[in-house]
Design a protein around this ligand. Sequence first.
Ligand code: PEP
Length: 250
Amino acid sequence: MRKNIVAGNWKMNCDLSETDYLISRLMEQKLDPSVQVIVTPPFTNLHHTYHLLKSMPIGVAAQNMHQEEGGAYTGEVSAKMLKSIGVETVILGHSERRAYFGEDNALLAKKVTTALTEGMTVIFCFGEELQERKEGRHFDVVKQQLKEGLFHIAEGDWSRLVLAYEPVWAIGTGETASPDQAQEMHHFIRETIAEAYNADISENVSILYGGSVKPNNAAEIFGKPDVDGGLIGGASLKADDFAAIVNAFH
Ligand code: PEP
C-alpha cells in the first residue's frame, strides 16, 4: 500500500546545536499522524537525532552511503554502519550527488543493490535538468534513470523503495514544477514501472515530488493523484514550514 511521506533533506546544514534546536522545535509541532515523516541530518548528527526522536513518530534517514560493504574507502560510510546506529533508510541519487560527486546511474544501481541487500529502505531520487526539459527530453531522461538505476532489482524489493521525482531546475531555485507538470511525470513514472514490472508494483510505490515545495504550494501538489508527498530541502530547516508541509494533505 502506498503511503503519504514527507522527508526533509537537511543537506550539509545544521551542526550539533542547530540540530538540537531544530529537533526540539519539530517536537513541538502537531503532525498529521497519517503521514510518514522523515528527517535526514548529516552523518555527524544521525546517531544523536535517532536518539532524540526514538519515541517520536519521525524517522531518521541518511543522505548517502557507499556501495561497498566496508574496507579501504577513506571518508565513506557503509550501510552496515548506518544500521548499527538505528538508521535504516537512505537517500540515493540526489541531483547534488549526481552533479557534484559524479554519481551516475551505474554507480547508483550498485548503491541501491547494496542498500536493499542490507535490508534498508531507499529513497531514490531522479529528475531531468532544465535543458533536457526545454528540449522535450524529460520523459526519456527519467525513463533512462529508472531503467539503469533501478530496474535490476527484484520485484520483492519494491516494498522498500520510495521514489522522489526532483526536476533539477526546481531544486533550491524557488521555481516549482506546476502541480500538473508533477502529476504528468508521476503518472509517466507509474506507467514506466508497470511496463517493466507490473501494475501492482507501480500502484503501490510511493512517489514523492521534490523541488521548492513550500507551505504555500504543498497542498496543491500533494492533491494530485499520483503524488504521494514530498522530499523537502530548504523548507525542512524551519520546523513551522516543515510541519505545515506535512499537514498539507487533504
Ligand atoms: C532537495 O534538496 O531535495 C530539494 C527538493 O530542495 P528544495 O526543497 O530546497 O528545492
